[in-house]
Design a protein around this ligand. Structure first.
Ligand SMILES: [Cu+2]
Length: 153
């Protein structure tokens, strides 16, 4: 019962809805031979959300590109690539975004993703712990609401 109220309280508090993190390709990760447009289909990307590109370091990388480079798989200089194997990109502004892998011919092989981000532009906090703090506040408020509901009932 308590858990039910807790979940209910979380659900009815949209004002502080958490930003979402999307692991690109889910368990498949960022790799070749994967249909990223199919993966993105039906997902709602909002400003403040994160994309996480997971891959074996060295096997792939991530370039944020424009639509033209995306179409033609034109790689930017390697030094501009994200290469950690666990690259987190915060979607700070609305609009269409394009990402490609710059390793070998992977982009031509389909390792590319385009998404459309909705929402208002957000200042990306320099402190990445901000999101975690926010989530704890949400849990706290949910807990308070839950307690309140239990007392009322
Ligand atoms: Cu690749």
């Amino acid at each position: 019962m308590i858990i039910f109220f807790f979940v209910f309280a979380l659900a009815v508090f949209p004002a502080i809805t958490l930003a979402k993190s999307f692991v690109v390709g889910d368990n498949g990760g960022w790799t070749t031979g994967f249909d990223y447009q199919a993966w993105a289909k039906g997902k709602k990307f909002k400003t403040g959300d994160e994309l996480i590109f997971k891959y074996t370091k060295g096997a792939h990388n991530v370039h944020k590109v424009d639509g033209n480079r995306f179409q033609k798989c034109v790689k930017p200089p390697l030094k501009e690539a994200l290469t950690t194997g666990n690259d987190v990109i915060t979607l700070a502004t609305p609009g269409q975004k394009w990402y490609i892998c710059g390793v070998a011919n992977h982009c031509n092989g389909g390792q590319k993703l385009t998404i459309t981000v909705t929402g208002k532009a957000k200042k990306v906090g320099k402190n990445s712990a901000q999101g975690i703090v926010k989530s704890w506040i949400q849990v706290f408020i949910a807990a308070v609401l839950t307690t309140g509901l239990i007392i009322i009932v």
